[in-house]
Design a protein around this ligand. Structure first.
Ligand SMILES: C[S@@+](CC[C@H](N)C(=O)[O-])C[C@H]1O[C@@H](n2cnc3c(N)ncnc32)[C@H](O)[C@@H]1O
Length: 220
């Protein structure tokens, strides 16, 4: 659940920012996207057939990589990002369900999905522990939860400090934090981390491969 007033306000701001940049989002990412493609392919290669939830589907950049054995439900906070994704979805030769929804408060029953993914999303979720715990709730115990995220650089320390300093400015412009420690957050949310792989230099982008925990013992 969205826990407090500040989270609610931050979530509204995040929605407004992504609604604002939606029409130019793909253009803004045109050069970095070439780099992201192999990372997206790698992430999807880890997803088993079945019901898959993609949170923060954005403009639908992952749509071309969906495995043929999966039925993907994509959710996003921003209706304008979703509208871009819908245009891409109409060109695909398979169905994808797209829904406007906050990942901190998913409108799905427990154990609805076999797996969940997100790419470059938890940098902009105001309460990431809540958002990741929701993922654990809707994915069946033992189901894969795989994330591709840019995170805070830890070494050299000066780069991390620079990211901390620049973060408020980047949030205002882009709606995303550049100094999140998302692999740690995944653990804090009670997910079982299998492995974390550095994809970009200095660990700037990480593939985080985790599983939904068993319901007994974790309290989730
Ligand atoms: C940086 S974009 C990434 C989009 C896409 N996953 C990709 O790889 O291109 C982040 C997306 O997460 C969405 N988002 C941010 N906070 C969210 C939340 N609380 N619930 C659902 N979506 C959220 C934004 O609206 C935006 O579309």
């Amino acid at each position: 659940m969205v826990s407090d007033e500040m989270t609610t306000q931050e979530t509204a701001k995040t929605r407004a920012r992504y609604n604002r940049i939606a029409p130019v989002y793909d253009l803004m990412e045109i050069f970095s996207e070439r780099r992201f493609v192999p990372w997206r392919e790698k992430l999807w290669s880890l997803i088993p057939d079945g019901q898959v939830l993609e949170v923060g589907v954005g403009t639908g950049k992952n749509l071309p990589f969906h495995p043929s054995g999966s039925e993907v439900t994509g959710v996003d906070l921003s209706e304008r990002m979703l509208a871009q994704a819908q245009q891409k979805a109409e060109k695909m030769d398979y169905a994808i369900e797209l829904r406007e929804m906050d990942t901190q408060q998913l409108d799905f029953a427990d154990d609805s999905f076999d797996a969940a993914i997100a790419t470059f999303v938890f940098c902009s979720v105001p309460a990431p522990v809540v958002g990741l715990s929701e993922r654990a709730r809707v994915v069946k115990p033992g189901g894969s939860i795989v994330l591709l995220e840019h995170v805070r650089i830890e070494r050299p320390a000066i780069l991390g400090k620079l990211m901390d300093w620049l973060d408020p400015l980047v949030v205002r412009m882009m709606g995303a934090h550049i100094n999140r420690r998302t692999a740690d957050t995944v653990q804090k949310a009670g997910l079982e981390v299998d492995w974390v792989e550095d994809l970009a230099a200095r660990g700037l982008v990480k593939l985080i491969v985790a599983r939904s925990p068993s319901r007994n013992g974790t309290g989730i």
